[in-house]
Design a protein around this ligand. Structure first.
Ligand code: DAH
Length: 336
């Protein structure tokens, strides 16, 4: 068997095995296999006498070279292993460990829950609905005329001619009223989408819609409800201002401002010197909506409101760039 392999092949095989060995025991085995008393190189040397005379000196010389080469390669390999082991040994186990990362709740989730909880405590139920909407629920049933600018391709992500990503949570008003008779008292959180992007707008953001329908609902009820909400959310010392506005689905409509959370109303950079910050849109439900869902317009009145969760969170925590919410930077997120 020993003579089956030439000395060059023995060398090649030995060096390959040494390169593949990953501990000292394996290297010792290789040493025995090749240069031990019954090893391949040893056997080769012993058989040199059977070679023709003129080949013997050359074969002997090569075999001794190979033996030395194997010896020194194994020695180097053992030394290298020892170095790796002592490096591992030098790890200071008395150092304090790295603390595990503890997750925290995303600020938008915190604020969204807080908004919903405030209204749930007032007897509102929570309702949800689809993010991909039809033109009917997003616009038509909400009394948007055909040529309303909000229907423009610039603002709305259309999925097809008749389907789109909802641009607000207001379609949930219609979906809910179609399903149930008054009284209705619901809070409706969800993602909304608009073709818009800068430091105060992201293409996807969150809104919370509110709807209350009953027999004797007045604008005074709306004011009372939103005032107590704002005080719970931003503090007792805050006041609200209702500014006349326009939405197709409410009449009358009001935009609601809160006294500036930074300066308390004196006027600063955040409120552009006005002392007020806009926080939501609201109004008395337009009778056209009741007609669209088959409610008796003589009998029922309602109020509705809608607010942006990012905007509320930015004001509450003093965040100046809406994109922070979506960058997933731990340094930002872990503060909440
Ligand atoms: N849907 C409106 C928007 O996205 C917000 C809004 C305004 C909702 C007035 C309402 C409302 O329910 O009554 O800008």
């Amino acid at each position: 068997m020993h003579m089956d392999l030439g000395i060059e092949e023995i060398e090649k095989k030995a060096l390959e095995e040494i390169a593949g060995a990953d501990d000292e025991a394996a290297l010792k085995d290789i040493s025995v296999k090749f240069i031990g008393r019954k090893g391949l190189v040893t056997g080769f040397l012993r058989n040199i006498s059977s070679l023709p005379n003129e080949q013997r000196p050359m074969a002997g010389k090569r075999a001794n070279e190979v033996k030395k080469k194997i010896e020194s390669t194994i020695a180097d390999a053992i030394e290298k292993l020892a170095a790796v082991i002592s490096e591992a040994d030098s790890i200071d186990v008395s150092l304090p460990g790295r603390p595990g990362f503890r997750g925290s709740i995303h600020p938008l989730t915190v604020v969204n829950r807080e908004i919903c909880e405030i209204f749930v405590r007032q007897g509102f139920e929570i309702a949800e609905g689809p993010e991909v909407e039809t033109d009917y629920y997003n616009f038509e049933a909400l009394n948007f005329p055909d040529d309303h600018p909000a229907r423009d391709m610039q603002d709305t992500f259309f999925v097809s001619e008749d389907t789109l990503l909802r641009t607000h949570t207001s379609p949930l008003q219609i979906r809910l009223m179609e399903k149930q008779e008054p009284p209705v008292r619901a809070i409706m959180p969800g993602r909304v989408f608009r073709c818009d992007s800068d430091i105060t707008h992201t293409p996807m953001f969150h809104q919370v819609e509110g709807l209350l329908v009953g027999e004797d609902v007045t604008f005074g009820d709306l004011k009372g409800m939103l005032t107590s909400f704002a005080k719970e959310m931003f503090g007792e010392d805050k006041s609200l201002r209702f500014r006349p506005s326009f939405f197709p689905f409410t009449e009358p409509s009001a935009e609601v401002d809160i006294s500036c959370v930074m300066c308390g109303g004196k006027g600063c950079r955040i409120c552009s010197g006005t002392g007020w910050l806009e926080i939501l849109g609201s109004g008395m439900v337009h009778p056209a909506l009741f007609e669209n869902v088959g409610y008796d317009t003589d009998k029922y009145r309602g109020f509705a409101f809608g607010m942006g969760v990012e905007r509320i969170a930015m004001l509450k925590y003093g965040i100046d760039d809406i994109r922070r919410f979506f960058e997933n930077d731990f340094r930002f997120l872990r503060q909440f």
